[in-house]
Design a binder for this molecule. Sequence first.
Ligand SMILES: N[C@@H](CCC(=O)N[C@@H](CS)C(=O)NCC(=O)O)C(=O)O
Length: 228
Amino acid sequence: MLLLQFSTSHYCRKARLGLGYKHLSYQVENLAPGLHALKLKPLTGMTTLPVLLPQQPGQPESVGDSTRIFHFLDRYQAEPALGLSDAQQNAEVWAIEDWFDESIGVAARFVYYDFRAGEGKQVDPSLASQAMIRVVRWQYGIHQVSVELARERLERAIAFLGHRWSSAGSGRAGYLVGDRLTAADLAAAALLSPLALIPTYRQQYPWLFDRIRQIHEICQEPLPPGLS
Ligand SMILES: N[C@@H](CCC(=O)N[C@@H](CS)C(=O)NCC(=O)O)C(=O)O
């Protein structure tokens, strides 16, 4: 299998967590931002990464979108499953996965690039990096008001995770749904990982980053910047 990705994308990290959780072997190809669209449009009809190429007879040529990749992986290899067998719990897994994918991952992107353009400029002050950040801010409409809304969204998501993940003295790590890791936990761990570089989040929510670290270790995925 080949995973087409941007090396720094948290959505591509999410796909890698799924592949790693299933112990599947795969290779990655890093695409150059901008030129990526030329390669992807004919393959998936979209321009976003990650895209998985199963490269096996009887399998689709390409699977675009990290949520579709998770569902594909469950069809391709049932165990360990990313969903749950109880129908109600399974519906909750995929609803939370979708919330993180469509809303919280976007909010994390807004807050991360706002940080990188200001207080976190020293992470990479090079002209090339700052130019790339300006393009991303323009492309996604990242400005003061949208960043403020994104911060509020992140606070609500972290409070939710606090109830389900935080072991708060019990010595036991929790799960978002049921009694084992699912697509919901993997999505949350990947899509909040950009916050690991932002000191205020690190100081305020140490348990969050402990859990993100544990999930990466279980999925045999290198830790995100800030945790490595
Ligand atoms: N919901 C999509 C989001 C993927 C996404 O936003 N990918 C970004 C990188 S983090 C991308 O490829 N952007 C380039 C573009 O939109 O052309 C998924 O889960 O795969």
